[in-house]
Write a protein that binds this ligand. Structure first.
Ligand code: PLP
Length: 412
């Protein structure tokens, strides 16, 4: 085999390599990464592969990509639209995003100065942290949190602050939010619909947030990647539309979940020009731009009819019912989500000391992988919870549900 520079790659060359550990003086890990370990989500995936189980742990979303999105991306590649785009994305995509934001979210945004296409919602979040905050600034997250929000903040040198929300409804209270603030808190993260709880923030809760944010001059960073996956006629409300929050909010949205394109890495950030300019600069420095031909693909996706979104919702509602009913039948006490495609289930009564042990027990007994709740909590609350993801083909969800029901029967 030849390697990139044309020299033969053989075992003798590899054997002559000095192991890094012998270069004792060289640092092999940044201090910021020191406390970060591989997440339980990845670990459960590995364990699941080992036993050949059904993986309801990781939010993989392996559904087919809508044909117009796929075909427009293929056409863009064939048409050689393969160069860097502007760091803020191709104008055609920003134009359709602006129209969608106005029509669907009630957000007025200038496509030239208030929208940036990013490398996933993840890329948008990182660019916001690096573009608008400084090391040592405090960032408030609600617990249970999405691990990336916390860990990306740590990687950016920020100090995480926590506001714990109580299951099953996870309500936001003004006293709770105020009590969680510290003198250096500069920003609050709002994930609605939430991963992992499925909570959707109400208008009243967002008004509470607005009062606190204005009073303490806080930046609000939203993660609305699950805006299209909601249940029981609940309507997603964008925080930027409430209580004057638009002026201090960065709205982050994603395309991974709506179009089932988690590997394409496309999302977008929306904010007033004064906020968006440094975010765009950070995007440029971190990633140059989002994948250009794929931007053309998703631009076509914005033309999909309402029936696409209706089908998406009803298919996920069906999967939610299949999985939650099975968990209930097995005595695993699901907290039925209001949105997104995860369900937390309370298994505290199994008596395991940790959620990881409970997850391994379920995997070994039933062949179904879930994520230990501790991945979403600092403290003990997560140790009684497991998170299941139902972003998969219905047959897989049904097969997992059957195993869960059988497992529940055997437990009795
Ligand atoms: N935000 C939340 C809340 C998520 O759950 C996920 C994926 O699971 C992401 C962001 C990742 O988004 P993207 O693929 O757009 O980077």
């Amino acid at each position: 085999m030849m390697h990139a520079e044309g020299r033969p790659h053989n075992e003798a060359t590899l054997a002559r390599r000095v192991p890094l550990a012998q270069n004792a003086a060289m640092k092999t890990r940044s201090a910021r990464l020191e406390d970060l370990v591989q997440s339980d989500i990845r670990r459960m995936t590995r364990e699941c592969d080992r036993v050949g189980g059904i993986n309801l742990g990781q939010g993989v979303c392996d559904l087919p990509t809508p044909a117009p999105v796929r075909d427009a991306a293929i056409a863009a590649i064939q048409g050689r639209k393969s160069l860097y785009s502007y760091p803020e994305g191709i104008p055609e995509l920003r134009a359709v995003i602006a129209r969608k934001l106005a029509e669907k979210n009630g957000i007025e945004a200038d496509p030239a100065s208030e929208i940036a296409v990013t490398v996933g919602a993840t890329g948008a979040f990182a660019a916001v942290l690096h573009g608008l905050l400084d090391p040592g600034d405090g960032l408030l997250v609600f617990e249970p949190y999405y691990g990336y929000h916390l860990n990306a903040a740590i990687l950016a040198g920020l100090e995480p602050h926590f506001c714990a929300l109580a299951p099953p409804d996870f309500p936001i209270t003004e006293e709770g939010v105020r009590a969680a603030l510290r003198p250096n808190t500069r920003a609050i993260v709002v994930c609605t619909p939430s991963n992992p709880s499925g909570k959707m923030w109400t208008v009243e809760e967002l008004e509470t947030l607005a009062r606190v944010a204005h009073e303490h001059d806080l930046l609000v960073i939203t993660d609305e990647i699950y805006e299209d996956i909601t249940y029981d006629d609940r309507v997603h409300v964008s925080p930027a539309t409430i209580g004057g929050l638009a002026e201090r909010t960065v709205t982050i949205m994603g395309l991974s979940k709506t179009f089932s394109i988690t590997g394409w890495r496309l999302g977008y950030a929306v904010a007033r020009p004064e906020l968006l300019a440094p975010i765009t600069l950070a995007c440029d420095l971190l990633t140059v731009c989002a994948p250009t031909p794929l931007q053309h693909g998703v631009a076509a996706g914005f033309g999909l009819p309402q029936s696409f979104y209706d089908d998406l919702k009803s298919e996920y509602a069906h999967k939610r019912a299949v999985l939650c009913d099975a968990l209930e039948a097995a005595g695993m006490q699901p907290i039925r989500p209001q949105g997104a495609y995860y369900v937390l289930a309370d298994v505290g009564h199994w008596g395991f000391a940790t959620a990881r042990e409970a997850a391994l027990h379920l995997l070994e007994s039933a062949g179904v992988a879930a994520v230990p709740g501790s991945a979403f909590y600092r403290g003990a609350e997560g140790e009684r919870l497991l998170r299941f993801c139902y972003a998969s083909e219905l047959e897989r969800i049904q097969a997992a549900a059957a195993r869960i029901v059988e497992f529940g029967g055997a437990q009795r």
